[in-house]
Design a protein around this ligand. Structure first.
Ligand code: APR
Length: 252
């Protein structure tokens, strides 16, 4: 694949790599992305997925939100792939400073990465909207699945996970459309990107803001794109490797 040798050289020489990624990093782990032809946003639903994954929809049609969420995002059993593992290896060797991801699947942490900035939150964290009690992935999965089995769709509790402590509605710690990103995560991401020697962008279409806008804080001369599809950053990149990120990273 074109460019791998250069990428390998830049990685071998650097002690300050930052990675910025998206759903394309997890497709080789079996999790579909959003905008590829077989991605989530091209599958048939009553509403466009961007509508379902919005704050308004969550508040007004909570059971339908959780139906989609359980079916498409509460995925169990996915394993980190070569891309996740290589990033964790570079961090352990002191070569990579941070992974900044738009993904909510927690696979970077599962691969061993420590400094992971989750711009869009994570399915691993869920909180009661009333008393802020924490619920992990397994707890929310169990609640949603059991509510589906015991209740009829007309009951108010159907597919709506409720807090054991106060009865409040539990909400995933995922940034929905119409919601803001965490200020602390944003400012840390900007600091890592603006100080980076090598910025590797992978598995993202770079169409969702403000996440996609963060890459413009990079001031170096080694901006790398490792992506199957074209992106708006290709023309300003110093190196574009067109390929599957797991395959590319396993050659580095
Ligand atoms: N290797 C490299 N690139 C890949 C691979 C792969 N194995 N699989 C897919 N891609 C590329 C696709 O070509 C596409 O350009 O990854 C990109 C995935 O783009 P999207 O599906 O738009 O995902 P992402 O950029 O993460 O979306 C951003 O949109 O809906 C919101 O919150 C959601 O975080 C998500 C945000």
């Amino acid at each position: 694949m074109e460019g791998i040798e250069t990428l390998k050289k830049w990685v071998d020489e650097s002690e300050n790599i930052v990675f910025f990624g998206g759903a394309g990093v997890s497709t080789e782990s079996g999790i579909p992305d959003f905008r590829s032809v077989d991605g989530l946003y091209h599958q048939k639903y009553d509403y466009p997925p961007e509508t379902i994954l919005s704050h308004t929809f969550f508040m007004r049609k909570t059971p339908e939100f959780y139906k989609f969420y359980e079916d498409k995002l509460l995925l169990e059993g996915a394993k980190p792939n070569a891309a996740h593992l290589k990033l964790a290896e570079w961090e352990a060797k002191g070569k990579l400073k941070a992974v900044i991801t738009q993904n909510i699947d927690g696979l970077h942490q599962l691969a061993g990465s420590k400094e992971v900035l989750e711009l869009h939150g994570s399915v691993q964290r869920n909180y009661c909207m009333k008393c802020h009690e924490f619920y992990d992935f397994a707890a929310i999965k169990e609640k949603v699945v059991s509510s589906k089995q015991n209740d009829d769709p007309k009951s108010p509790d159907y597919m709506v996970p409720k807090c054991d402590k106060c009865g409040g509605i539990i909400k995933p710690d995922v940034v929905l459309y119409e919601e803001g990103l965490d200020d602390d995560v944003i400012s840390k991401s900007i600091r890592y990107i603006s100080n980076a020697d090598v910025l590797i962008i992978g598995g993202t279409s770079l169409v969702v803001y403000p996440a996609a806008g963060l890459i413009h804080y990079y001031r170096g001369k080694k901006l790398v794109l490792v992506n199957l599809g074209e992106t708006s950053a290709d023309s300003s990149a110093d190196l574009v490797v067109r390929g599957k990120i797991g395959e590319v990273f396993s050659q580095l």
